[in-house]
Design a protein around this ligand. Structure first.
Ligand SMILES: CC(C)(COP(=O)(O)OP(=O)(O)OC[C@H]1O[C@@H](n2cnc3c(N)ncnc32)[C@H](O)[C@@H]1OP(=O)(O)O)[C@@H](O)C(=O)NCCC(=O)NCCS
Length: 250
């Protein structure tokens, strides 16, 4: 387990990064703390039966809809694992957990309005899934598998905010891909924390992206106080992956 403490922007945040859940005892998660879990799908495939057993009937129906076996297995593993991870913090068996969904499909634990109680979010890319948890603070997480994107500049022009594009243009060619994924994962983490999906314009908020500079939410259009209410953090979940999470201060 890796531990990091941050103290900036009025935040005092303690992050624990777990490499696979232990499932042994109830875990303490205190206010101003974030727990992050990283799993590799390839290592979990052998437990597929265990994950299927904890899914709801609806999740089993959703899993069966996937055309490709790999996608189906990843869905089963990530949703089963999410239940097992959440259950470590609550007096509820994994199969007993009930979810409800926001307008833009952000899942929350049923009976807990978004923004209170045990908040969580998950993300998956290629062989990795991440799960992020915090009490009473909206949270969003994103992971991306880093691979060459031939039209990165075109995508940046289309989706990044003007200030992000200025910063992106100044990044040297050998750092461009890293900068691109920094921006992408940080924007996605913030969007996912807010839960309003792509209803929020991608160029209506700005994040830092320059490699080696800290992750920051720099501006939110029309909401100047938002930047001080959120903590944005970047990390490297594994070789060739970029990750970020955004968590609301309380
Ligand atoms: C759906 C979306 C939430 C993320 O999609 P994604 O990056 O493809 O997927 P991730 O693996 O990171 O996250 C998926 C998980 O987030 C959760 N999720 C779903 N809707 C969500 C929402 N509105 N808010 C937060 N979390 C959500 C679910 O647990 C989902 O898991 P599931 O698909 O297995 O049910 C949404 O932000 C989106 O459509 N993004 C489009 C990508 C884009 O244009 N990004 C621009 C960045 S510059």
């Amino acid at each position: 387990m890796d531990e990091q403490s941050f103290s900036d922007n009025g935040f005092s945040l303690h992050v624990k990064i777990f490499d696979e859940p232990a499932f042994r005892e109830k875990l303490p998660l205190v206010d101003n703390e974030v727990h992050l879990y990283r799993i590799f799908f390839s290592r979990q495939k052998q437990h597929l039966g265990d994950f299927i057993r904890v899914l709801s009937d609806d999740e089993k129906i959703d899993a069966a809809r996937f055309h490709f076996q790999t996608d189906r297995e990843h869905f089963i593993i990530s949703h089963g694992m999410l239940r097992k991870v959440l259950s470590q913090y609550l007096d509820v068996e994994p199969i007993g957990l009930k979810f409800s969904y926001g307008v833009y499909r952000k899942p929350v634990l049923e009976g807990t309005p978004d923004g209170c109680s045990l908040c969580f979010n998950m993300s998956h890319s290629h062989d990795i899934a991440l799960f992020a948890l915090a009490w009473n603070s909206r949270i969003g997480v994103d992971v991306e598998y880093v691979h060459f994107i031939p039209d990165a500049e075109v995508i940046a022009k289309r989706f990044f905010a003007p200030q992000e594009n200025i910063a992106f243009s100044a990044v040297p060619p050998n750092k461009k891909l890293e900068a691109f994924y920094n921006c992408w994962t940080r924007k996605e983490a913030f969007l996912k924390a807010m839960g309003d999906g792509l209803s929020r314009r991608l160029d209506s908020f700005t994040v830092s992206l320059v490699p080696e500079e800290p992750a920051r939410l720099l501006s939110v259009e029309g909401e100047p106080l938002e930047t001080s209410r959120w903590h944005l953090s970047a990390f490297k979940p594994a070789h060739q992956y970029v990750g970020a999470f955004a968590v609301e201060g309380n």
